[in-house]
Structure formats: C-alpha cells, structure tokens
Design a protein around this ligand. Structure first.
Ligand SMILES: [Ca+2]
Ligand SMILES: [Ca+2]
Ligand SMILES: [Ca+2]
Length: 302
C-alpha cells in the first residue's frame, strides 16, 4: 500500500494552474490518421487485465481487456485544429448513472521506469483532470510510490469526456467474462498544450529535476501506468496490466503494468526507427567531422 509521507514540493505552487480550453465540437472525436492503438509493453506485448481483481468490488472501476477486446487505447490528432491526445479505458461494468470514479495515469516521462507525474481523471461532481507530483521514494513499484495533492484542474465537457456502453460502442464484451454486465468505455481528451503545461508545472524526475523545458509533440514518448482509486490519493482499486498486486515490491515493468514508451498516438516506436535515427545521427556526426576537418584543411576539396 502506498505511503504518503515526504512529498516533494520543490517550491512549486500547488495552487490551480489555468489551462486553455480546446475548441468546441459536437462530440468527443478527433481527426486522426491511425485510429485507436491498444497499449503495449516495451516488449510489444498487448497489455490486458483480469476482471474481478478490483479490490473494492465495483465493476465500474474494474479494468478489463484481453486479446479480443483491448482494455486500454490511445490516439492523437486534431480537435478543432488543436493537437489533442485521447485515452480510453474499458471497465468491466457499465453503469447507467455514469462512471463516478477516479481513473489515474502515472507517467514516466524521462524513461527511467519511475513515475514523474500523476494525472487524475475524476468523475465526482463533474469531470475534471488534475495533477500531482510523485513523492520522494523510488516511485517504481506499488510499494514505493506516493504522490501529493492534486492541483491544476481542467474541466472536461461533452467534447472532451465520454462514458458509454462498450457494447454499443464497439460491438462486444471481453471474451470469457460473464454476460451479466456490459463493459464501459471511459474516454477523455487533453490537448498537447495542456498536458505540456501540466508536465512543465508539476512533473518531477527521480533526480529531483523539474521538467520545465519539456516539449510535447506527436513523437514524444511517455510510459504509463493506469489505476483506479476510491479517493484518488492511493492505488487501491485496480492496477491495469496485472492481477491484484496493489502492494507489490516488484517494479511496474516486472508486473507488466507499465506501457512501453508510447508516442502521442499510443504506439511504441519500432526498433528500426531507433536504428534509423542512430544511422542518421551517425551520418550527421560524420558530416560534422568532415566539415571540421575541411575547415582545418585536413580534407582536400574535390
Ligand atoms: Ca481488472
Ligand atoms: Ca521517470
Ligand atoms: Ca488489475
């Protein structure tokens, strides 16, 4: 279970930060070229989650997903000309009264396996997004993770939040689950600009450095954990990607509970991309060396 001591402050004001509001449209859609991409681990394994492993019993807060029906999906594109990321989570039970819970995303932004920011999507008294800094522990497993007070509320609306029966949305339930309930999709959207502002304002690396110079683009990669929480301040309902394990000392990666480094569209970049980047970098260095030698007259002009 999580501790809540020693929260880092680093002089950051945790008063509300005001975020810009994305343009309005009739429904929660974005113009994208890829469609939804299911979360994968760094090893390109589809992330799934068992049903009925939610610790407080409500199916509405129980992540569900298997090889037939992905539990977690993400995409990025334009919402009224504003670059926007959309996330959606499959919950085991649809409730006609609404989601009513707290679904949170822990983010490893600098790729060291430790959380740097927690974003909470709350459906209590309206829908909001808010942000918290990780504490001073390692933040690399359920047992070493803590986070402080949430701040910086973004109000979601009909263009940026949606809750619906997954059967109506995509035609099916998770394979093998009882037929007593339909799954639900909880979907929300956040603009690149707002997420970038949140990262710059609230995120903190394991070395204690703030990420004030962070720039979010389509190619930026972030690894995520996802969990549901009764009051929002602890990982105490369901952790996506593993069965139970809410107090485990195993790392997020060992549990299979952290996504690979996902670009804004939710895709783990192909290894070939890194290879190509490396070759381009190598070629660039070669050109720089050649130019420097040329400047010194080492390389004869042809
Ligand atoms: Ca579950
Ligand atoms: Ca990190
Ligand atoms: Ca789980």
């Amino acid at each position: 279970m999580m501790s809540h001591v020693g929260i880092r402050r680093f002089g950051l004001s945790l008063c509300a930060v005001f975020f810009g509001v994305a343009g309005l449209s009739a429904q929660i859609t974005i113009t994208d070229t890829t469609g939804w991409t299911a979360w994968q681990t760094a090893g390109n394994a589809l992330m799934t989650d068992a049903v009925a492993d939610q610790q407080t019993g409500q199916g509405q807060d129980d992540f569900a997903g298997d090889n037939a029906y992905a539990g977690f999906q993400q995409k990025a594109g334009l919402m009224s000309s504003v670059d926007t990321i959309m996330y959606r989570a499959r919950m085991e039970k649809y409730d006609s009264k609404g989601f009513g819970g707290s679904w949170e995303l822990g983010m490893d932004i600098d790729g060291d396996g430790r959380l740097d920011l927690v974003m909470k999507m709350s459906d209590k008294n309206g829908q909001t997004l808010s942000f918290a800094q990780p504490g001073t522990d390692l933040n690399q497993s359920p047992s070493t993770t803590s986070f402080g007070s949430f701040a910086g509320a973004i109000t979601l609306d009909a263009t940026t939040y949606n809750y619906q029966n997954a059967t109506a949305a995509d035609g099916g339930k998770v394979t093998g689950t009882p037929t007593k309930d339909d799954n639900a999709w909880v979907t929300f959207a956040i603009s690149f600009a707002n997420l970038q502002t949140a990262i710059r304002t609230y995120a903190i690396s394991s070395s204690g450095a703030n990420l004030t110079g962070y720039t979010l683009g389509y190619g930026s990669t972030i690894s995520y954990i996802a969990f549901t929480s009764t009051q929002g301040n602890a990982i105490n309902q369901d952790l996506f990607g593993t069965t139970g394990n809410l107090s485990s000392v195993l790392t997020w990666a060992e549990l299979g509970a952290i996504s690979g480094p996902l670009n804004a569209g939710g895709v783990v970049p192909e290894p070939a991309t890194f290879l190509q980047l490396g070759m381009l970098l190598f070629a660039g260095v070669g050109i720089m060396v050649w130019r420097r030698r040329k400047d010194r007259g080492v390389v004869p002009l042809i």
